[in-house]
Write a protein that binds this ligand. Structure first.
Ligand SMILES: [Zn+2]
Length: 405
């Protein structure tokens, strides 16, 4: 017996697939056994998949149907909050000053080390509920608030558990080199990441990607190279936090190592973009970070100029406290001057490419996972245009309604 889900009568359906982007009035999507089976005008789709035969039927009249959002860069597994630092930042204390006083990442590390696997998992599940309510159906999550083998492993196990318990598909990334732990120096910590953490995490199959924070106050380009090469040796594909506060050459390193993505890129240059284009490294831009730090935004036109598409992510973490891809898309348009179409493609198909997902995730291609958002707006441009409000009304994951307002 096949199970069919039919979403029909949408004011607008946004067809994103590997070849392009178009919109259909009075659109419908049929999902069969969890995968996209038919997309087009309701009259055509319902001829093959009659409404009365559907196991699940969603009438999307007056609404817009889009592929489920893919968030390709989050630090969603953590403990503790940093709301007090938020107030300090508003009074002019910089991110680096907070960090140097033992706050920032290191305060989250202390909270994580005191938390059990069950506590970390519960905390993550609460955030995933918020993410799905804003339309996210697939998300990357990084470790990096443990900074020791034992606590990094616990974070990655929490991701693994939450992935089993929650409808959002989670892609785990090992980010042991997120910061230098208190009382250690960067070089000897990198030695430990390479000799202890990478081999154990890889052999436990707890991560797909290996990431590193290549920046001033974190890790140099050479240290970053050592971490990513160790990951590669153990089968972990490189990703990198590059050129966020300072331009240390992380984007070029990403190109050298054929990283799947280079993320942040606020200080990147056109040379960096050209090197990334040659190597096929996806730029991932995180406008929420610039918003919360009140800095300049990354420049998507650098990448457009060399023919690279751009992925958009939330960067959800205790310093950038928004789980919403709707808000990330709004910022991409309002602050980085991306078009609504480019922001949406950045939050769907290109975000999936930044995670090396090749099963059609983030698109309505035939056979792609049956993941979609029904947004309570008449056309897709309203999602970023109508900033600061939730437009997601219904979310379908693998053909099942997993969120309904
Ligand atoms: Zn990050």
């Amino acid at each position: 017996m096949t199970a069919t889900t039919l979403v029909h009568s949408a004011a607008q359906l946004v067809r994103v697939d590997a070849d392009g982007f178009d919109t259909v009035e009075n659109g419908a999507v049929a999902i069969e056994d969890g995968s996209i089976a038919s997309v087009g005008p309701t009259a055509d789709v319902s001829r093959e998949y009659p409404i009365e035969n559907a196991d699940t039927e969603v009438d999307a009249s007056g609404q817009t149907v889009l592929p489920g959002y893919v968030d390709p860069h989050t630090h969603a597994v953590f403990a503790g909050e940093r709301v007090d630092e938020f107030t300090a930042k508003l009074h002019g204390t910089s991110y680096q000053e907070i960090q140097s006083e033992g706050g920032g990442i290191l305060s989250t590390v202390r909270a994580v080390r005191e938390s059990s696997l069950a506590e970390l998992t519960d905390h993550l599940l609460k955030h995933l509920d918020v993410m799905v309510a804003h339309g996210t159906t697939t998300a990357e999550i990084k470790s990096g608030y443990g900074l020791s083998l034992e606590s990094e492993r616990r974070l990655l196990k929490a991701i693994e558990r939450a992935n089993d318990l929650h409808p959002i598909d989670l892609i785990p990334t090992f980010l042991g080199a997120h910061a230098v732990p208190e009382g250690q120096d960067a070089d000897s910590y990198v030695d430990r990441v390479i000799s202890e953490q990478v081999p154990a995490i890889a052999s436990d199959d707890l991560a797909t990607f290996c990431d590193v924070f290549c920046d001033e106050g974190a890790f140099t380009r050479e240290q970053s190279r050592r971490v990513l090469e160790a990951g590669l040796e153990h089968g972990l594909t490189p990703k990198i936090h590059a050129e966020e506060f300072a331009r240390l050459g992380g984007a070029q390193l990403a190109a050298d190592l054929d990283a799947v993505s280079a993320d942040h890129l606020l200080q990147a240059t056109s040379e960096d973009a050209a090197a990334m284009a040659d190597a096929g490294v996806m730029p991932v831009l995180l406008p929420g970070t610039a918003f919360t730090l009140d800095t300049e935004y990354a420049d998507p036109t650098l990448f457009e100029a060399v023919g690279l598409p751009v992925a958009v992510a939330s960067d959800f973490n205790p310093n950038c406290y928004s789980q919403s891809m709707e808000f990330a898309m709004a910022l991409a348009c309002h602050k980085m001057r991306m078009t609504p179409k480019d922001a949406l493609c950045g939050a769907t198909r290109y975000a999936a490419e930044a995670l090396a997902l090749e099963d059609g995730t983030g698109t309505f291609a035939d056979g792609a996972p049956g993941d979609l958002v029904v947004a309570d707006v008449p056309r897709f441009e309203y999602v970023p245009y109508n900033f600061g409000v939730k437009t997601t009304k219904t979310v379908i994951k693998g053909g099942e309604v997993v969120y309904d307002e």
